[in-house]
Design a binder for this molecule. Sequence first.
Ligand code: NAP
Length: 367
Amino acid sequence: MKLRYKILNSILAVFVLLIGSVAIAIGYTEDCEPAAATASKNTMKAVIYRCYGGPEVLEYVNVAKPTPLDDEVLVKVHAAGVNPLDWHYMRGAPYVMRLISGIGAPNRQTMGVDFAGVVEAVGKDVTKFKVGDSVFGGRSGAFGEYLTMPETKAIAQIPANMTYEQAAAVPIAAITALQALRNMGEVEAGEKVLINGASGGVGTYAVQIAKYYGADVTAVNSTRNVAMVLGIGADRVIDYKKDDYTTQDIKYDLVIDMVGNHSLTKNADVLKPTGRLVNVGSIDKGNWIGPLIKPIQTIFINPITDPEIVGFVATMNQKDIEILAKMMEEGKLTPVLDKSYPLAETADAVAYSETGRARGKIIVTVK
Ligand SMILES: NC(=O)c1ccc[n+]([C@@H]2O[C@H](COP(=O)([O-])OP(=O)(O)OC[C@H]3O[C@@H](n4cnc5c(N)ncnc54)[C@H](OP(=O)(O)O)[C@@H]3O)[C@@H](O)[C@H]2O)c1
């Protein structure tokens, strides 16, 4: 064998070995160790996870109550919202996310992100919030009685016309809908927008925010949710149990896809040449690349189609939380609430989210 082929073979072998080792490492799941009792005298109830797995790994325990840093507020949580993100973290799946969340076991044991509650204390440098303010936002640890949060991150005042449960239903799902429509989809008044997965957490906000921007909205959801989705402002509904929007002869300016149940090329076919497809999520499960298939395909298909095809990951920030608060205050955005669970039953709430059958948002109440 020529030397250059030998070198190439060696490089290939090292590469395969490296990929194999990374795959074994990220696919490895440590056993759950018994919970160590907290040494702190100042404790609170919280739901934590010490190992990856199903809802049975979620534990309702006493943990140390956090203390705010100089630039942080201490929030007494009244309600928390549940998102698919929570069970992705709980399972550490797809495995590639363990590169961030922790290899073998989670680096951070707190759970939940969306919260609403009351500011109980403020650090000495905090100027924007004061004790007693009703606030909502996104921060790891929402499934607990207290959390701390830098005042400049994704936190804002709750509008007076909203309950804690409604406010807790907003952050991740509504920010995702807002950024999908405004930043990625560049929606404009009068455009024809199709929302696939209109009855879920993100979808119920996408319908309302698309209407806020003056779009003509076609929602795709199942029979049982038709009335609810028309009630939040959709101009028409395609019931996916009866019709397939990809086989209809209607062209859209923008498709926001939370479901990913049609190929990218089929979705591109329902778009005008200047149209945009924003892939938000997917019902594909799986530990390896299941949910990542569409984002990977997007990279290859976008350059060869006229419509723009993009995927994205929403980013939490204060400005957008404030924009959403204003929309709610003006009555332009009303969260759709599904079931609610007490904090001690958070595992049931997350299990329900995993069924993929939520109608709007699932809530955990923290009393
Ligand atoms: N990219 C990002 O930054 C980002 C951020 C947040 C969420 N996501 C992802 O976006 C997706 C949606 O999130 P979510 O919070 O809205 O989830 P969700 O609340 O669990 O969505 C559930 C909804 O999906 C509907 N659905 C299921 N199959 C459907 C189909 N074939 N056609 C139309 N609707 C269908 C269900 O309606 P029926 O029960 O009636 O079928 C249910 O109302 C998830 O994959 C999530 O991980 C991504």
